[in-house]
Design a protein around this ligand. Structure first.
Ligand SMILES: Nc1ncnc2c1ncn2[C@@H]1O[C@H](COP(=O)(O)OP(=O)(O)O)[C@@H](O)[C@H]1O
Ligand SMILES: [Mg+2]
Length: 318
């Protein structure tokens, strides 16, 4: 059995840009695949970052297998619309899908890009896939755009359902909105770094989700520096770095002191996050390396696994 929150069909990973959403989404994907779940990580806004971490590239917007049981796809609204019209709407759909003018109008409709992207995500999460011959997934992990837009994606289907009221768009909007609001089916995570702005945004995101009837299930506090020294040790090192006797080790002492300063600042932000949040917080370490590749992603998956397992065991005992 998958540990929570992987025990859902649809998992949205949101957060401010650059905090590690794609990294965390992929590490979660690796973890789920290890547990035997056929998993797809869907990147919105075609960033194609995930494929690159695995040195893979496939056709754009196609499902691509990264590791056994782990797939990725880059979702593009235009492509999703063409696919939707082709499958759903027969000859007329074909004609509309290939009409540039229709495409331009559709894409200019506010929220249409989000609706099409989330519609494709929804399609990936179905037992019976609309795309012919496509196998179902046990878990769809969405690498959502930065939070402001991330919440747009989650809210859009309901907005469309309300505006259109009747007809196919309203119907589709309602079906997707119901899926997103179903907490058994859909889970929403936020990735955050222990810094002031990302912490603020994450606290705001939790509130914003609550305001539209959704909930934040957990926050992944990413890139946490290790706390290697106590305050006293740090003060001693700082004093030593300034003294003439430190000659050969001054550089190392300064580096240690600066890491300590950074880690203390992070600790403050982490505390502020925990205080202001209802959702549980899971931590991931900062990995000191030039670029995160497959090995590092597996390492993050290991950390997530042990954290989630411990949390699961604790909840089970309650
Ligand atoms: N835990 C971590 N340790 C070290 N580097 C990290 C960590 N998480 C993410 N990164 C690096 O930070 C950068 C941004 O991460 P990414 O996952 O692309 O963020 P986002 O998708 O939120 O924009 C990338 O270069 C990534 O390799
Ligand atoms: Mg990203």
């Amino acid at each position: 059995m998958l540990p929570s929150p992987l025990d859902h069909r649809l998992l949205f990973v949101t957060g401010k840009g650059g905090v590690g959403k794609s990294t965390v989404a992929t590490a979660l994907g690796l973890l789920a695949a290890r547990h035997g779940a056929r998993t797809v990580v869907a990147e919105l806004a075609s960033q194609e970052r995930i494929q690159r971490a695995f040195d893979r590239s496939g056709g754009r917007f196609e499902e691509l297998e990264l590791a056994p049981g782990l797939f990725t796809i880059s979702i593009d609204p235009q492509h999703a619309m063409e696919e939707y019209l082709r499958v759903k709407a027969g000859t007329l759909g074909h004609a509309l899908g290939s009409s540039r003018l229709f495409g331009v109008f559709a894409m200019a409709t506010p929220g249409m890009r989000e609706l099409l992207s989330v519609g494709k995500v929804w399609e990936l999460s179905r037992d019976r896939r609309r795309t012919s011959g496509a196998d179902p997934y046990d878990l769809v992990i969405v690498d959502a755009p930065a939070s402001g837009h991330g919440i747009g994606i989650l809210r859009t289907p309901r907005t469309f359902a309300e505006i259109a009221r009747v007809g196919p768009i309203a119907q589709q909007g309602q079906a997707i909105a119901a899926t997103l609001a179903d907490r058994e089916f859909t889970s929403v995570l936020a990735v955050c770094t222990p810094e002031e702005m990302p912490v603020n945004e994450t606290l705001e995101l939790e509130q914003a989700l609550r305001d539209c009837g959704l909930a934040l299930d957990a926050v992944i506090l990413n890139a946490r520096y290790p706390e290697r020294f106590g305050a006293e040790e740090a003060a001693r090192m700082a004093a030593l770095a300034g003294s003439p006797s430190a000659d050969g080790s001054r550089g190392a002492l300064r580096a240690a002191v600066s890491e300590h300063v950074r880690s203390s600042a992070q600790a403050e932000q982490a505390a502020r996050l925990r205080e202001g949040l209802r959702a549980p917080v899971l931590e991931l370490p900062y990995l000191f390396c030039e670029q995160l590749g497959r090995g590092e992603l597996e390492q993050l998956a290991d950390v997530l696994e042990s954290t989630l397992m411990t949390a699961g065991a604790r909840d089970g005992r309650r």
